[in-house]
Design a protein around this ligand. Structure first.
Ligand code: TRP
Length: 455
């Protein structure tokens, strides 16, 4: 769609088209891979509670701000801040977003590459007849280690993922992918619900349900809050300008408040259900720890497929859908630097897409090589640190700056005026104007500073 930008800027066909595209960006590995990993590492249910609060109070607030900035300026992230406050340093928020996008794309695509690896594995019948609980856990763990400790395989899968992303972005995102995700996202939702029901009915699922849903508030601490807020930004695609860019294609007559509400709700529902699949299964078939880390869902999911009729087929279908959900996310990440280079630097779209893709691939290689075997990179936990620095800290910093900019520089009354186009009764205005000026900046600032001192 952005090919047409040079002459006239494109807009989403309808409010629903925006909601689906934005949900396609938001729903991805963040929900199915990162969320359960974070829950497992940060005390279980207590993390879930803080996460839900973070989405409702802070994530939603920042999303509305990003959409308003985008629709008001009709620009990419760098151009948007320059448009509202010309000649000031505020456009640095846009540059931060561009850099963070390339970094996140690099390691995100490594994990998406694993999903492609699992499509191949399930198609080949890798998880049939896993045997008793111990043997099954050992087999799925072994399968994961074999995949990630094969350097050529992970690099090739990374290349495939970034190649597919760059190809779609080079053509403009409208074609194909949007039509596809309208059919495939609801299908993903149905499979996720089906698997959640199966997981809940496994004998011994109860322990997993209480780990996931019965909060133990003695486990609450600053780190839990940092990761919960960071996860909310990551999962809702906030803090680097994705939603700002998508917002720049929304018509003035569409309601930003209800749109942001639907996107946040859909994203949260999928993440919540992913947890309902993972934790009951994990506790019902012991052998894998909740705090397992990046390997968690890849080791646990095959266990549930072995417990359902036609499990092979469901497993295969699930990983295909996970791959597509990731692809609708990676394109929205790559779109940020590409929109910047096309709009501001007058690059051609294909050149921008392929060169930034190449950069992200190069940057992704160390992450790809850092998850298996006993190499130096593995011991340095490169992928872990990339995710921590860019996926948690940089997004939080970006969101903080966006909140401060909206609240104090652009000013809430101007932002609210933009939001009121299409939403004549902006019922949450009071809440939003307080949250964007005080609640969101204070919470983010406190967690960033405390994190700084605890490292
Ligand atoms: N939200 C996506 C997911 O959960 C990933 C993503 C897309 C993203 N765009 C983003 C994360 C922008 C941070 C910022 O998988």
């Amino acid at each position: 769609m952005k090919d047409k930008l040079k002459s006239r800027r494109a807009i989403w066909g309808s409010k629903l088209a925006f909601i689906l595209a934005a949900a396609g960006s938001a729903i991805g590995l963040g929900n199915i891979w990162r969320f359960p990993m974070m829950v497992g590492r940060n005390g279980g249910a207590v993390f879930v509670v803080v996460y839900l609060l973070a989405v409702a109070l802070i994530g939603f607030t920042v999303m509305l701000a990003e959409l308003a900035i985008g629709r008001h300026t009709l620009k990419n992230p760098v151009g948007a801040f320059e448009h509202i406050k010309p000649g000031t340093a505020w456009k640095a928020i846009g540059y931060l977003g561009v850099v963070t996008a390339v970094a996140i794309l690099s390691y995100y695509s490594v994990v998406a590459g694993w999903a492609i690896g699992y499509i191949i594995k399930t198609a080949g019948g890798a998880f049939r007849n896993l045997g008793g609980p111990e043997a099954a856990s050992a087999a799925t763990s072994r399968a994961f280690e074999t995949l990630v400790s094969n350097p050529w395989q992970v690099i090739l899968l990374l290349l495939a993922m970034i190649g597919a992303t760059a190809y779609i972005v080079s053509r403009g995102i409208k074609e194909g992918i949007e039509r596809w995700s309208k059919i495939l996202m609801p299908l993903l939702f149905l499979i996720v619900v089906f698997l959640a029901v199966r997981a809940l009915t496994l004998p011994g699922a109860g322990a997993g349900v209480s780990f996931y849903l019965k909060p133990d508030f003695s486990k609450l601490n600053g780190t839990v809050i940092l990761f919960a807020v960071g996860q909310a930004f990551f999962s809702l695609s906030l803090g680097l300008g994705t939603m700002l860019t998508y917002g720049s294609y929304i018509r003035r007559s569409d309601n930003l408040v209800t749109s942001a509400g639907w996107v946040s709700f859909a994203d949260t529902a999928i993440a919540f259900l992913a947890g309902i699949i993972i934790f009951p299964t994990l506790f019902a078939i012991p052998g894998i720890e909740p705090a397992e880390g990046p390997a968690l869902v890849f080791k646990v999911l095959p266990l549930i497929f072995s417990k359902i009729p036609l499990g092979q087929l469901f497993g295969f279908l699930f990983f295909v859908l996970l791959f597509i959900a990731s692809l609708t996310s990676t394109i929205s990440i790559l779109e940020v630097p590409v929109a910047y280079l096309v709009d501001e630097k007058k690059w051609s779209r294909p050149r921008a897409a392929w060169l930034v893709g190449l950069l992200a691939f190069t940057l992704g290689v160390p992450s790809a090589l850092s998850s298996g075997g006993d190499s130096l990179l593995t011991r340095l936990r490169i992928q872990h640190w990339m995710d921590f620095i860019f996926g948690s800290i940089a997004l939080a910093a970006g969101a903080l700056l966006i909140a401060l900019f909206t609240g104090y520089v652009w000013k809430v009354k101007n932002a609210a005026q933009e939001i009121r186009c299409g939403a004549p009764r902006f019922r949450l205005e009071k809440f939003w104007s307080l949250a964007i000026r005080f609640l969101a900046p204070a919470v983010i600032l406190i967690i960033l500073v405390s994190q700084f001192f605890s490292q």
